[in-house]
Design a protein around this ligand. Structure first.
Ligand code: IPE
Ligand code: IPE
Ligand code: MG
Length: 252
């Protein structure tokens, strides 16, 4: 299968990039080797998605819970992130990618925050794919933060309680105009969402692979998109086929 055979490209793909440690462990290498290889895959898959015409790619890069890992692993990941941001900046420009980041970014080391800002600034006018890294990200915290922002607006009299609806709530999440992911991919085989985009994935299509993130290739991406493109998204309604036959089912 090649990219030309896929008709229905998801507008927004979100990926839980899991399995770096197990990939390294299987090769009897330290976990950080998995992270290093994982960063290369991020570069490759971002470019593929941009070329396929995906509008947004959101990558779960470091969770709020990941701060609890051993200090040396966290330190390595922060340095890797810094190097990745510096190296990838040229590709953002060359591939017309607009960069963004979501999460509790103030918790990140200052030099990482600085590199993030540079990538955001340099790619600000690009109008191709949006690449969003979820960093120090936890969905429950995002939801609590949104609730606090809304409560403050009510307290100041800027809005009424009756004004609070799905749309207003989404406007107060980390990335206000983000459209919900169409497809959520998880590598590494675990069937869980690990505190990722809980509000936004209400109706996303899920695709889990046993492939570890450092081995994730263009073929895996195309396979996920292929699976997505054959699904009927009903959003709670009855399927088009059933609707067609509906009159026959309900007598009278
Ligand atoms: C994902 O790989 C990367 C991060 C969470 C930072 P892991 O490091 O979780 O790898 P496994 O799941 O232990 O194999
Ligand atoms: C999810 O992977 C977070 C990222 C990919 C950044 P984890 O390895 O942290 O998730 P759990 O612990 O398996 O749920
Ligand atoms: Mg993991």
């Amino acid at each position: 299968m090649n990219d030309k055979e896929i008709e229905n490209i998801p507008r927004h793909i979100a990926i839980i990039m899991d399995g770096n440690g197990r990939w390294a462990q299987a090769k009897k290498r330290p976990r950080i080797m998995g992270h290093q290889q994982g960063a290369k895959v991020v570069e490759k898959i971002s470019r593929e998605c941009a070329h396929l015409g995906v509008e947004q790619l959101t990558l779960y890069t470091f969770s709020e819970e990941n701060w609890q890992r051993p200090v040396d692993e966290v330190q390595y990941l922060m340095n890797l992130l810094k190097r990745f941001l510096r190296k990838e900046r040229k590709n953002l420009v060359e591939n017309n990618i607009r960069f963004c980041a979501i999460g509790d970014l103030e918790r990140l080391p200052k030099d990482v925050q600085h590199e993030l800002q540079k990538s955001i600034d340099v790619s600000y006018n690009n109008d191709g794919m949006k690449l969003c890294l979820a960093l120090s990200y936890g969905s429950r915290s995002e939801i609590v933060d949104a609730t606090k922002k809304i409560a403050a607006q009510v307290a100041k009299g800027e809005i009424n309680i009756e004004d609070i609806n799905h749309q207003l709530f989404a406007q107060n999440l980390y990335q206000p105009n983000m459209q919900d992911p169409d497809l959520l991919i998880r590598t590494g085989g675990d069937m869980r969402v690990s505190n990722f985009l809980l509000w936004q994935i209400s109706y996303s299509e899920l695709w889990v692979t046993h492939t570890m993130w450092p081995d994730f290739a263009k073929e895996d991406l195309l396979q996920a998109i292929q699976s997505y493109s054959t699904r009927e998204r009903r959003f709670g309604k009855i399927s088009a086929q059933v609707k067609e036959n509906h009159r026959k089912i309900i007598p009278g």
